[in-house]
Ligand binder design. Structure first.
Ligand code: TYM
Length: 323
């Protein structure tokens, strides 16, 4: 790892099957950037525990996320790929940040407010989630955090945590910056809302051909009759074309405007383009064994821990718990 490079860290929860929104919002931008930085990629299994209470599923998802990243092109020799629970310094630092922030401050978290508004159980882990995420980022003196738009507030929380700590205990943490890929900041799901596991509106990243087709066919459309122009601004299928159909986009735009394409054909083209992107990745993924991936994660955890534990020595000293 070249220490002269700035540090980059991003994370992804191992709470379910990855979807194409994760790919466009997190995996792809990460792949475009990570070799220019001293990069860490963390599987947030303790964050996933806020919603998932099934040990087999959590373990399976963790291996799957790692496989997904390697299949889409991550070279584990060029980044530290690890899981949060292998580096206990994350939860330790989160406790310290929890002692610095107020309850009303945490109550402003969109993720928390959304869950409460939906009447879902808000456990204390979900409530303090932003401070665990702040620890993930700050432990490594991270400069850049590539994420989707939905995570912007969490990076603001991380900056706040850094600033509160520095004010209380002296300069210790650097304030990280988010890196949001605007073009795909929020990829819509099949119902037009943000694509999200919790909305059940996803197109799976590594689904079978049939699963991808079925998800695309579910995309909502209006009742514009055939032969009439379609609205490129509001059509969800078109929004997905802007991400997956770059080679056809000029032609599709014209055909939409001229009323020369129907929703069914547009969706067929989208299915083909998504499949041609994911088929080679899927083949690569199938060739990876669980053991191979377990070893990569284990080794990544050891490398991450070297950095995190050095930082915690400084933190412990600064807060006064070393006597
Ligand atoms: P998570 O697991 O929900 O999502 C992982 C990444 O995928 C992005 N994303 C999307 N981007 C565009 N369109 C969408 N529809 C879409 N859905 C998800 C997310 O923005 C994210 O970048 N709290 C984080 C995980 C985390 C983390 C971290 C991230 C834990 N610690 C430290 C960065 C740094 C989360 O729940 O992401």
């Amino acid at each position: 790892m070249l220490s002269s490079k700035k540090r980059l860290l991003t994370g992804i929860q191992s709470s379910g099957v990855l979807h194409v929104g994760n790919y466009m919002g997190a995996l792809k931008p990460f792949l475009e950037l990570y070799e220019d930085y001293d990069s860490l990629l963390m599987i947030a299994d303790y964050h996933a525990l806020t919603s998932l209470k099934n040990p087999k599923e959590l373990a399976r998802n963790t291996l799957d996320v790692a496989k997904d990243y390697i299949a889409v092109g991550l070279d584990p020799k060029k980044a530290i790929l690890f899981k949060q629970s292998d580096v206990p310094e994350h939860t330790e630092l989160a406790w310290i940040f929890n002692c610095l922030v107020t309850v009303p401050f945490l109550m402003q978290s969109h993720a928390y407010k959304d869950k409460v508004a939906k009447g879902l159980e808000a456990n204390a882990g979900l409530f303090t989630y932003p401070m665990l995420m702040a620890s993930d980022i700050l432990l490594y003196d991270t400069a850049v955090v590539p994420v989707g738009e939905d995570q912007r507030q969490h990076i603001e929380y991380a900056r706040e945590a850094a600033s509160k700590f520095n004010t209380a205990f002296g300069q210790t943490f650097i304030e990280p910056k988010e890196r949001i890929l605007e073009s795909s900041a929020t990829l819509p799901g099949t119902d037009g809302k943000k694509m999200s596991k919790s909305y059940n509106n996803t197109i799976p990243l590594f689904g079978t051909d049939d699963e991808v087709r079925a998800a695309v066919m579910k995309i909502v459309t209006d009742s514009t009759p055939a032969g009439t122009p379609l609205n490129t601004e509001t059509d969800v299928t078109f929004a997905l074309h802007t991400q997956f159909s770059q080679n056809d986009i000029a032609d599709l735009t014209n055909r939409y405007r001229e009323g020369n394409i129907g929703y069914k054909e547009s969706k067929d083209i989208l299915v083909q383009n998504i499949l041609s992107l994911i088929t080679p990745m899927r083949e690569k993924r199938e060739a990876l064994s669980d053991d191979e991936v377990r070893n990569i994660i284990k080794e990544g955890g050891e490398r991450a821990r070297v950095i995190a534990s050095a930082k915690m020595i400084e933190v412990r000293k600064n807060i006064g718990v070393t006597v």
